[in-house]
Design a protein around this ligand. Structure first.
Ligand code: ADP
Ligand code: MG
Length: 236
């Protein structure tokens, strides 16, 4: 579904992505893991076309994304930091997004809006929102247009435990429908019951891409955090 072929991205001297090749297929929930600054967000932005790679290429359903920006309609993206017009209310923002998409017979998915009880906060302006509420808005928008692919960058950062649990349940539900979910988090315990595969990055390089069962048998560890720690010790 998404294939990255030898992609590189340099910011000045820094190699944010160093020859990354990876294939992401539908029905998988892929945990994108690695220390701060390892290139996770840059990878995600490259897939979205928000960062243009220096070389290499990315395809979405077989088409090079450089020549077909419409693929983005199939992706729901929750950014690490959501930036929105300060003076817009939550309701105005959501309506604006619906207007922009303006697709006929569009199947809207308002599950998260309801579960996060955003319907009671529709009049609130974006600039007055707490970090957690802002995250709830970002999450609701990512799922709203029922996309085939969900890309979630540190989605639970700033969410309270109840909201995190709602979001996790939602991710599991959408994955079960055969969608592709790409998710980053540095709280590995949060990914434990979600991910089917792990991509581990360091210094812009893809260190490994493994099925979760494979990672667990390779390391003899049941918990994702322990398994990752074991692999890291081996590769040092
Ligand atoms: P991660 O999401 O894994 O924490 P990022 O992809 O955000 O890492 O960043 C990878 C590296 O690239 C970091 O060293 C970061 O400072 C650098 N970087 C990211 N975006 C830019 C940019 N627009 N300009 C310069 N450096 C950047
Ligand atoms: Mg990041």
């Amino acid at each position: 579904m998404i294939i990255a072929n030898n992609i590189n991205k340099q910011f000045g001297k820094l190699k944010a992505l160093d020859n990354v090749s990876v294939t992401c297929n539908k029905g998988e929930c892929i945990g994108l893991i690695g220390p701060n600054g390892s290139g996770k967000t840059t990878f995600i932005k490259s897939v979205l076309g928000m960062v243009v790679c220096d070389n290499g290429f990315i395809t979405f359903n077989g088409k090079n994304i450089l020549h077909d920006w419409q693929y983005r309609a199939n992706i729901g993206y929750m950014p690490q930091i959501g930036r929105y017009p300060d003076n817009m209310s939550i309701g105005q923002l959501i309506n604006m997004m619906k207007d922009i998409r303006n697709e006929k017979d569009m199947q809207l998915d308002e599950d998260l809006i309801k579960q996060f009880e955003l319907d009671k906060l529709m009049h609130k302006r974006m600039r007055t929102l707490s970090g957690g509420t802002r995250q709830k808005v970002s999450a609701s928008l990512a799922f709203l247009f029922n996309p085939e692919v969900l890309i979630l960058d540190e989605p639970t950062a700033g969410l309270d435990p109840v909201a995190s649990e709602i979001l996790k349940e939602k991710i599991i539900k959408e994955k079960a429908k055969g969608k592709l979910v790409l998710i980053t988090s540095h709280i590995l315990s949060e990914l434990d019951d979600l991910v089917t595969q792990v991509i581990y990055m360091q210094d812009g390089k893809l260190i490994f891409h493994k099925k979760i069962e494979e990672l667990k048998t390779d390391t003899g560890q049941e918990k994702l955090s322990k398994a990752i720690a074991a692999v890291m010790l081996k590769t040092k």
